[in-house]
Design a protein around this ligand. Structure first.
Ligand SMILES: [Zn+2]
Length: 140
């Protein structure tokens, strides 16, 4: 760690020198090829920046997609059980498989028993209004 810290000023000096060389110079001595190289370096740096930004956005999108998937899978699992859906097992399994959870969501929304969910008087968990027995505690 100490060696790293002592090497930092050297690194910054090198970076400054490099940056100064990379800036377009107005001196007449500089050959066009040097300026071209500097422009190419600047363009490459810009491209790298865009690439990094794209990567961050890309990973954020993936994280959002995974979050939506897990949220939906949990919701399908709970809603299917609370409503005592005939397809509860099917839509729960499909909901936890990547790329089929959208299908599971559609199937569940179409085939689930319609009605209001009310709190069970025994266990306070959600159950379908008018259901014979509670799917969570088994009491009427
Ligand atoms: Zn209950």
């Amino acid at each position: 760690m100490k060696r790293l810290v002592s090497a930092l000023p050297l690194f910054f000096t090198a970076a400054t020198l490099f940056a100064q060389r990379a800036t377009p110079s107005v001196s007449p001595n500089s050959s066009p090829s040097t300026e071209d190289a500097a422009a190419a370096a600047a363009a490459a740096t810009g491209l790298a920046g865009v690439g990094v930004a794209c990567c961050i956005v890309y990973f954020l999108l993936i994280a959002a997609a995974i979050g939506a998937w897990i949220f939906t899978a949990i919701w399908i699992m709970r809603d299917a059980k609370s409503r005592q859906s005939e397809n509860a097992q099917l839509v729960t399994v499909l909901g936890w498989i990547p790329f089929t959870w959208v299908i599971a969501l559609i199937v569940h929304l179409v085939t689930r028993p319609k009605g209001n969910l009310v709190a069970c008087p025994n266990c306070q968990k959600k159950r379908l209004e008018g259901s014979a027995v509670c799917p969570h505690c088994g009491r009427p």
